[in-house]
Design a binder for this molecule. Structure first.
Ligand code: SF4
Length: 377
């Protein structure tokens, strides 16, 4: 089974907190780029690194909803022709609320998209403006309603917590409202101040009063408690799903399954040997030049040795509620998890839970994930 990620690195404008690879772009620029995505796909026809059928496709960005349904249909047809589909493929498109309307959403559904992921981020107009988002709270509500009306059964919404000025009551109200939108998936990310972003500049000029670590931790746990009480599965640090609606594309990533990444900045995983990570450089010009010459734009970032693969398997699995499957670990690496990480198990005794032969972090320990997971590296 194969997963395919297509990176659409264009946005109408840049959000204040964003350090993802995306540039302002619309119209002809986007059309030319998308044509090259198809050229890149065709380069791998018969390439043993990636073999079908395709089980998940993810149009990520940037703002993939800037590309038209016709173009999406064309790309999906090219994927089908080259690899074929699994029995029930999951095909996701990330969308920004201000870029869609009923016709466009209907078009996406007809093109084969069966899952939408909306970048809502907040339901407060002041916060949306402060974050530099291009939509209002009204547009966000409308876009999700229209997606429901267009017949999408799988809808995900992204929210940001830890925004200065945000308090527990507001987050509670936001969750109550969003959970009633008829969605099946919610991603809740803590705001970060990344180097080189306008938000980081404001912070260094002393214009931002950030929330304390305790307040951010409280918000994380508030979201966890609220949603899990309502039957949502907190299946990964930042992700919640109603039962049976976890994002299979992301799960494939955390389980080190084969993934082909198309477009500038896209990453791939090749499941041969102990695994290989490849990436297209994050430059539209470099990507387009390679495509005009019909040259493979990918570079190998890492070929794993056994220990590296063990570490990556453990730390990716520890992002998830299911955690590391000890039996599968033993089967793949011919080593017991405790034997491989004796000090980690000593030091993290209070942070780990053991359930049906799986080891996972407690939800409250996910707050310290970056620090704790060092024990597995
Ligand atoms: S829409 Fe998404 S990718 Fe584009 S600038 Fe905003 S956060 Fe970044």
């Amino acid at each position: 089974m194969l997963s395919i990620y297509l990176h659409i690195p264009f946005c109408r404008r840049k959000c204040a907190y964003c350090d993802f690879f995306s540039v302002p772009g619309t119209g002809g620029r986007v059309d030319l780029y998308v044509k090259h995505l198809k050229h890149q796909l065709h380069l791998y026809q018969g390439d043993p690194r990636w073999q079908g059928p395709v089980d998940t496709v993810f149009f990520g960005g940037g703002t993939p909803s800037l590309i038209s349904p016709t173009v999406v249909a064309d790309l999906l047809q090219a994927i089908e022709d080259q690899y074929g589909w699994s029995e029930r493929p999951e095909i996701t498109l990330e969308a920004n609320p201000e870029t869609v309307d009923p016709d466009r959403l209907e078009g996406y559904r007809e093109s084969g998209i069966n899952r939408l992921s909306f970048g809502v981020q907040s339901l407060d107009s002041d916060q949306l403006e402060w974050l530099g988002r291009g939509h209002s709270n009204r547009q966000a509500r409308k876009a999700v309603t229209q997606a429901n009306e267009a017949g999408f059964d799988e809808i995900s919404v992204d929210l940001i917590f830890g925004v200065p000025g945000q308090d527990r009551d507001f987050i509670g109200q936001e969750l109550v409202e969003v959970a009633e939108w008829g969605i099946t998936h919610l991603s809740c990310y803590g705001l970060t101040f990344e180097e080189g972003t306008p938000l980081q500049d404001r912070l260094s000029r002393g214009e931002v009063i950030t929330l304390s670590e305790e307040e951010i931790a409280e918000q994380f746990l508030l979201i966890h408690r609220f949603l899990t009480r309502q039957g949502w599965d907190h299946y990964e640090i930042s992700n919640y799903a109603l039962p049976g609606h976890a994002c299979r594309h992301n799960q494939a990533y955390w389980q080190r399954k084969p993934c082909l990444g198309l477009g500038a900045g896209a990453h791939s995983f090749v499941a041969r040997g102990w695994g290989e990570r490849w990436a297209v450089p994050a430059s539209i010009e470099t990507f387009e030049t390679a495509m005009e010459r019909r040259e493979d734009p990918m570079e190998c970032l890492e070929r794993f040795h056994r220990k590296g693969a063990m570490n990556e398997s453990a730390y990716l699995a520890l992002r998830t509620r299911q955690g590391v499957d000890s039996e599968a670990f033993r089967r793949v690496f011919n080593s017991d998890l405790h034997t491989a990480y004796p000090t980690a198990f000593q030091h993290l005794e209070n942070h780990l839970i053991h359930n049906s032969d799986h080891w996972a972090f407690k939800p409250e320990s996910w707050l310290l994930y970056d620090h704790l997971v060092q024990e597995f590296l």
